[in-house]
Design a protein around this ligand. Structure first.
Ligand code: ADP
Length: 484
């Protein structure tokens, strides 16, 4: 079926305490290829009991893992990231099959995923404490940083590999074991990473992958007092539930939640560059990323020019099965996603939006959708307030800088924002005024392992990647030594 160089990367069992296993009751979930509707096989439908075992195994593995020198942990991690790169073709094939993104994007994600392991393998070596100036002559004061303990991660389907490594990287580097629950729709990428983790020499229990019932697994991960930290990437709605579930045991949490990214094009922008950035930001992964441009604000003077050029660029996108050469947009993840996109478009059209491109399901069927451009969009339309998570570019018109900043910030979300301008004063003013955790200026792509990824407002808590990414997995200890 899948033409893998190494077929052993495709596993149909979960990986707990260094062993491949089925659900206690033998039940399974079927994973389908969104481009064809075909079954790719099954994975175990596990619940609370299996999750508890993974957590206990992580706790048992913790003392030895934290005791290792950071440099030793780093060496194992480097091996893991090298194996990801060496197997990038197979990992990409698995990802495209279960997620739908074009093969080139999938391969890009594998590299991106490996980069987090590689980056944090280095960062782990640089975790350092402080010595303080004691206010007492007979006492000395130091601050150390320690691994927080057993970590749990719940990850989404839109980046089936990178959202795992972005959490596992800093956890492992800090000296913490981690139990991962991948999305039900894309578990095979996670399990392939586990195969490589085992090959790289990660000790048993340090990295486990539990597939199955998200509510039951989530309940155990959030309720079990052994888990000291939960990291979640997904919807704001589920993030809220998990935060609440973590409250009784006061867990440290990191949340990477929904976005509603504004993409602003000012009159003084390089319009061609803005169109290119919009295509990259909007249509990547068929619009299914939390940092995808969701609302495109274009200033009056260049509105029609931008719209026309965007439609031409959108016309060059090639929709199809991600495994075929030249395809730039795969299917949406599932039927539910298509229905949401259809609703947003219908709502906008009913309130006076102009359809400039696409607007319908693609002739390829399944969950394929035409890349779409809507003009004359207004704040009263659904696309203005909700994340569409699909290949729809809604164009709003604005007149002044103040007006567009107010519109851009008029959302409960605050993850990413983008804008195009060549006026240096405006660049600073707007970058500072946007209430988001990340801002792209004259670029539509901003994510990498070096930069802190995360949001403000209801887009989340914490930062992933970068030097700051370690903090979420460390606790500070103050030691005061007297009698000197
Ligand atoms: P999306 O809309 O991107 O699918 P979700 O927040 O629904 O985002 O899903 C992200 C991850 O959260 C997935 O792994 C999913 O299985 C998991 N999830 C969904 N609901 C729950 C829940 N109640 N408890 C724990 N995990 C959940």
């Amino acid at each position: 079926m899948l033409n893998l160089k190494d077929p052993t990367l495709l596993r149909r069992q979960s990986f707990i305490d260094g062993a491949w296993c089925d659900a206690d009751d033998g039940s399974t979930i079927t994973v389908t290829n969104p481009a064809t509707g075909e079954s790719l096989g099954t994975v175990p439908h596990m619940g609370q009991a299996e999750t508890r075992r993974a957590i206990e195994a992580a706790n048992a593995a913790w003392p030895a893992w934290r005791k290792r020198a950071a440099k030793e942990r780093s060496a194992v991690m480097r091996k893991w990231s090298d194996l990801m790169l060496a197997n990038a073709d197979d990992l990409a094939l698995i990802m495209t099959a279960e997620q739908g993104k074009p093969l080139a994007e999938a391969k890009g994600e594998v590299t991106y995923a490996a980069s987090f392991i590689d980056w944090f393998a280095e960062e782990g070596k640089r975790v350092a404490g402080e010595t303080l100036q004691s206010p007492w002559p007979d006492r000395r004061m130091v601050v150390t940083k320690e691994p927080i303990g057993v970590c749990a991660a719940i990850t989404p389907w839109n980046f089936p590999a990178a959202m795992i490594t972005r959490k596992a990287g800093p956890a492992l580097a800090a000296g913490c074991p981690i139990v991962v629950k991948p999305a039900e729709l894309t578990p095979f990428s996670a399990l392939a990473l586990a195969v490589l983790a085992e090959r790289a020499g990660l000790p048993k229990g340090v990295f486990s992958v539990v597939t199955g019932d998200s509510k039951a697994i989530g309940k155990e991960m959030t309720g079990n007092p052994v888990v000291r930290k939960l990291s979640f990437t997904g919807s704001t709605q589920v993030g809220r539930i998990l935060m609440e579930q973590c409250a009784p045991t006061i867990k440290k949490i990191s949340l990477e939640l929904g976005g509603n990214a504004p993409f602003i094009v000012f009159d003084d922008a390089d319009v061609d560059a803005a169109v290119e950035g919009a295509i990259a930001s909007k249509y990547r992964n068929a619009g299914q990323t939390c940092v995808c441009a969701n609302r495109l604000y274009v200033q009056d003077g260049i509105y029609e020019e931008f719209a026309k050029k965007l439609v031409v660029a959108v016309g060059k996108l090639k929709v199809g099965n991600g495994q075929e050469a030249g395809v730039t947009q795969g299917p949406l993840i599932e039927e539910k996603a298509v229905i949401k996109v259809e609703q947003h478009i219908a709502d906008a059209l009913s309130k006076g939006a102009r359809l400039m491109a696409g607007g319908k399901r693609h002739e390829l069927g399944h969950s394929f959708f035409q890349p779409t451009v809507l003009a004359d969009v207004t704040p009263s339309m659904q696309v203005a307030v909700e994340e569409t998570f699909g290949p729809v570019a809604p164009l709003f018109r604005f007149k002044t800088e103040d007006e567009v900043i107010a519109m851009a910030n008029d959302t409960e979300f605050g993850l990413a924002a983008y804008f195009y301008s060549r006026d240096i004063g405006r660049v600073w003013r707007v970058a500072e005024a946007l209430e988001t955790g990340m801002v792209g200026v004259n670029t539509g792509l901003i994510s990498n392992e070096v930069a802190p990824f995360g949001g403000v407002k209801q887009s989340g808590i914490g930062r992933e990647g970068s030097t700051h990414g370690m903090d979420d997995y460390l606790v500070i200890k103050y030691i005061c030594m007297g009698g000197i």
